[in-house]
Design a protein around this ligand. Structure first.
Ligand code: WT7
Length: 681
């Protein structure tokens, strides 16, 4: 297996960094020194980011680069006025990209006779500009939407999603996008928390050859909102599937009717947004039952996206960029929509499933559009790895030059398969670590870097220049190389979340209070640095799971389960899965009068689909037990349960839970083992 070093380009290729850094020829030492300077000096750190910020268009430049007077409420580019929609469309047009294709969208339906997708739509930068201006106009003039509002989008992967995103950015209005795989309850909780009065959705969409209807879910969610005192003013519905849907003629409006009659050339001035204006909020899972909304503005976010598009992806003018993530997640916000457009690329968006009509759909998309940069999740790679390699060889993937992954650790086997079969051992490839909270990529092995730091399959590489990371112990002191610790970010970075929406205290508690006396951002991950300084993120250190790349708190699953009439108690832990990374195992105690049976299990699973949503619910393993093992203080013995599901031996469990007698732990372990054994038998 080639290390891939030969394939790497010169370290820091000239056009990937701001001008004044161009002429430096870097050595390993230089690189390390530079990193060290950003750790030690706030000035060096700020200078680096200012160089990037200066490459963007600002209506007015900032008064202060970084306001750190009230940590952890850091503010970047204070007083600077910027607009994401302006940067993604107007500014690109000014740069001469008016007729360049900005977005290629492919619908899922497949024409078997012609062996091609039934629908492909291409939008130039000018098209995007016009489409989003028309929507901005409609929202502003017809619905009275104004700067500072937040709209909820519950939309599938259709072009109207980026149109609406850009439309609200233009108005200085924030969006809260809820992934279209979420259930009515999850949607309702997010609408209620955000207080959105306008929802944008679709009648349905295509997935694995079937129509999935969305509007009925919205209907249900709005009933819940109503019960909780929130009346929705308008539901805008995009017609995608052409199916019958429930309709409330006072409240609902078709997207095409909302915009009808508005001249396609209408222009709405882009609002000048400072750091005080919310560009978006996005809900993500933590260790409690209630999701939290990460909140950020536009300026620092744009700077971080621009820099990572250049440094990590090595974006060049003729690149065709495809990030397979759903726009409902941060990866899609940042690298399907805002990031690629910010640097004037053509971004690809695909509606459906990777294995429809056959598991070579993705490879056919790469071939059809000549994709040069590809960004996907390890779980998808592990799924596609199972199929014969002929499926790949049917397609010409030679246009690819950068292929990264994101979302969860990638095992070397999957990485090597990806690098060899998709990357032809002739690409830049790495596992880029970041999270909803960071807004943009934080670590990765980037183009050119491999000459100095050879690629290691599965590593997260080095911190992005301008980001300071550490792996620390319980007291916040750096761990020696090879020793596992907590992964922290030790100084502010531009795309960072600015708070949790309407919940500043939870922001402090969840991220900034882990290490006494140190203002470190706690990621919730375990990591290790190796002898060469490479970072390896090992997985979550808290009770958050990554199920096929989707983040879900075990507490969320437990709190959903406990509301089921048959469930007395439950405990959820993650189990390693060869494809999904992790799957949730729920130990469930039934109430008196209910007996474990396939029917009860099916019923509970159905309930989970309705509450937490189908994505995670279909992967849950349900195990009935008589009791859940607890410590004397009433805490669930999670580590013990984890040991059981991972098949650890008795010997491993004696030190698992604090304050639990060894005999007690062994008894609990045996009981659970027996329960599982009986179930299997
Ligand atoms: C969690 C964040 C924005 C990225 C998409 C997921 C895990 C993410 C990696 C990686 C190892 C990774 C971490 C992190 N994670 N990327 N390259 N290697 N782990 O965003 O849903 O907010 O999840 O995903 O555990 O904490 P997210």
């Amino acid at each position: 297996m080639s290390s891939g070093v030969e394939a790497y380009k010169e370290f820091f290729e000239t056009n990937i960094i701001p001008p004044s850094w161009k002429d430096r020829s870097w050595s390993k030492e230089d690189f390390r020194k530079f990193h060290q300077s950003t750790v030690e000096s706030k000035k060096a750190l700020e200078e680096w980011w200012v160089k990037w910020a200066n490459e963007l268009f600002w209506f007015k430049k900032w008064d202060k680069v970084l306001d750190d007077s009230n940590p952890p409420f850091y503010r970047w580019f204070v007083g600077g006025e910027i607009n994401l929609a302006y940067l993604d469309t107007d500014w690109q047009i000014e740069k001469g990209r008016k007729n360049k294709v900005a977005l290629i969208w492919e619908g899922e339906p497949w024409d078997e006779t012609l062996k091609q997708p039934k629908e492909v739509k291409k939008f130039t930068y000018y098209d995007l500009y016009r489409e989003s201006n028309v929507i901005s106009y409609a929202l502003k003039e017809k619905l009275g939407v104004k700067k500072g509002d937040i709209l909820t989008f519950y939309l599938p992967m259709i072009p109207e999603l980026p149109f609406y995103m850009l439309a609200v950015q233009r108005l200085g209005v924030g969006h809260s996008i809820v992934f279209s795989g979420f259930s009515a309850e999850a949607l309702a909780a997010r609408i209620l928390d955000s207080g959105s009065k306008i929802i944008v959705t679709a009648d349905g969409f295509y997935r694995r050859g079937k129509v999935v209807s969305l509007k009925p879910i919205v209907e249900e969610a709005l009933k819940i909102c109503e019960k909780n005192g929130l009346t929705i003013q308008k539901v805008i519905v995009v017609k995608r599937a052409g199916i019958d849907i429930p309709w409330n003629s006072e409240r609902d409006v078709w997207h095409h009717e909302l915009i009808s009659g508005i001249p396609p050339t209408v222009k709405v001035p882009a609002e000048r947004c400072t750091e005080s204006i919310i560009s978006h909020i996005l809900y993500t899972s933590g260790t409690t039952g209630t999701p939290k909304a990460v909140q950020r503005s536009a300026g620092g976010y744009a700077v971080g996206l621009y820099a990572t598009m250049k440094m990590i992806f090595d974006a060049k003018d003729d690149d065709i960029f495809w990030c397979t993530a759903d726009v409902g997640w941060i990866t899609g916000h940042s690298y399907v929509v805002y990031g690629p457009l910010l640097v004037g690329l053509t971004t690809v968006m695909y509606e459906g499933s990777p294995d429809y009509p056959e598991p070579d759909r993705w490879w056919s998309i790469i071939e059809r559009y000549g994709v040069t940069i590809f960004y996907t999740a390890p779980t998808a790679i592990r799924m596609l790895m199972r199929f014969p390699e002929d499926l790949i060889r049917r397609h010409d993937l030679s246009t690819l030059r950068v292929v990264h992954t994101v979302g969860e650790p990638i095992n070397p086997e999957a990485f090597n398969w990806y690098y060899k079969n998709i990357g032809r051992e002739d690409v830049v490839a790495s596992s880029t670590w970041w999270m909803t909270e960071t807004g943009h990529i934080i670590t990765g092995h980037f183009p050119g870097l491999g000459k100095l730091f050879p690629l290691k399959p599965g590593t997260n590489g080095y911190a992005l220049p301008g980001v300071t990371l550490e792996v620390v112990d319980d007291d916040g002191n750096p761990c020696p190389p090879g020793v596992r610790g907590y992964f922290v970010i030790t100084s502010p970075w531009p795309g960072m979340l600015e708070t949790l929406y309407k919940n500043p205290q939870r922001y402090i508690d969840a991220y900034w209070s882990r290490f006494k006396g140190k203002m470190y951002f706690y990621t919730g991950d375990f990591a290790v640095k190796d002898q060469d300084g490479y970072v390896w993120v090992l997985g979550r250190a808290d009770d958050v799971l990554k199920v096929a790349g989707h983040r879900i708190g075990t507490a969320e699953i437990e709190s959903a389960l406990i509301r089921h009439p048959a469930v007395a108690e439950s405990a959820c832990v993650g189990k390693t899965d060869p494809i999904k990374g992790q799957v949730p195992v729920v130990f469930t105690v039934l109430k008196k009068g209910f007996k474990p049976s396939p029917e009860v299990e099916a019923e509970i699973r159905k309930y989970l689909r309705a509450t937490i949503g189908p994505i995670v619910a279909s992967d849950v393993i349900i195990t009935f037990v008589d009791s859940v093992p607890k410590t004397r203080s009433g805490k669930i013995m999670r580590r013990l349960l984890r040991a059981v599901v991972e098949g650890a031996t008795l010997g491993d469990i004696t030190t698992l839970e604090d304050g639990v007698a060894v005999e007690e732990a062994i008894k609990a372990y045996e009981a659970i083992k027996t329960a599982i054994g009986e179930k299997k038998g």
